[in-house]
Design a protein around this ligand. Sequence first.
Ligand code: GAL
Length: 427
Amino acid sequence: MKIVNRLAVATSLASLCTFSAHGAEGKGRVEVVHYWTSGGEAKSVDVLKQLIEKDGFTWQNSAVAGGGGAAAMTVLKTRAVSGNPPSAAQLKGPDIQEWGNLGLLTSIDDVAKANQWDNRLPQSIAQLMKYDGHYVAVPLNIHRINWLWTNPAVLKQAGVPQAPTTLEELYAAGDKLKAAGFIAIAHGGQPWQDTTVFEGLVLSLLGADGFKKAFIDHDEATFTGPQMTEVFVALRKLKTYMDPNGAGQDWNMETAKVIKGQAGMQIMGDWAKSEWSAAGKQAGIDYECVPFPGSQGLYSYTIDSLAMFKLSSKNDTPGNNAARDDLAKIALEPQFQTVFNQNKGSIPVITGLDMSQFDSCAQASAKDFAAAEKAGTLAPSMAFNMSTSQAVQGAVFDVVSHFMSDKDADPAKAGKQMLASIQAAAQ
Ligand code: GAL
């Protein structure tokens, strides 16, 4: 389903969503729709709020809870349909193009030019931020998705010598953790979290090429071949290690179980680190980050970015436009890039920033990103909106979560079902 159709669906929800404008307009106001509501992520976005307020503008926080952003997208569509878009919203990759096609985004070329974004951003990332040759969005970071987070003290108690590096080691660690009475893998049973694990397995078993064939090319042979069956067999096996009380759980609640020592591991993008940091824990001491087993050298990623919307005639004032431009300017400044990303768990998106101020996980991430870029093994995440439309992503989510909940589902048929759903959604 294209955005236009989905916009129509969203209208019926309009009455459920309320937004309030806070404070006086002052110099101008910028309203941002995002979904950074966990403790660590809220702390990260607060950095932006403070810098904007320091410049005398009003920050209007329109945070919509729900990891992965599905609820926030529904709210955004509702707002757009009712002719009352926010100044900015968190959108990514192909979605920026879809919203651009609808004529709802506004150019921030002036800010980009004045602040030399073409020199600050890698060319490939700058391209994603442009619609029809004009900057309409600003990127904030690079999040790596294919991570495994561990609590080394828990692993040690369970007799696991080190963080697993292969799928076999992951299963062995899971067996030991379970036998010692721990939750082996902290995991919330929400479609996007299930798909994060699925995506990790695709990367690990099919490599970056197979990943791209699946999620960018929608290649038939990739979905119907024996390796995709292996992915689903492995997914079923991993399910046996997941938190038995994880149904419907938010990702950060599951991260908390690893932090508190109730669970040994979590498969999650590096926003998980924001929770560890907010709890005052140290990378390499209290927790460890290793690539998702079997996916060393590969790097799946998402880029959080804020797309700028054309304001309603009521809100389209010089003050509000100045506030939006200030947001765009701040987002790529070294000070913001450093503090925001230290809190968020991601790495800076601007080139040439000093990484010595970052912890060992972020340093490893930056190094691995550069190596993967060189080797051609960067994989734009499907689960986090970088490789395909939301319609196709939704089709994948559905097949994965049905597979996870149906213990009799046939792993040899799941790939074919996924291909059929993708083809239907892509029409
Ligand atoms: C991703 C987003 C991250 C994080 C995560 C969990 O889509 O890129 O910044 O918020 O969802 O909600």
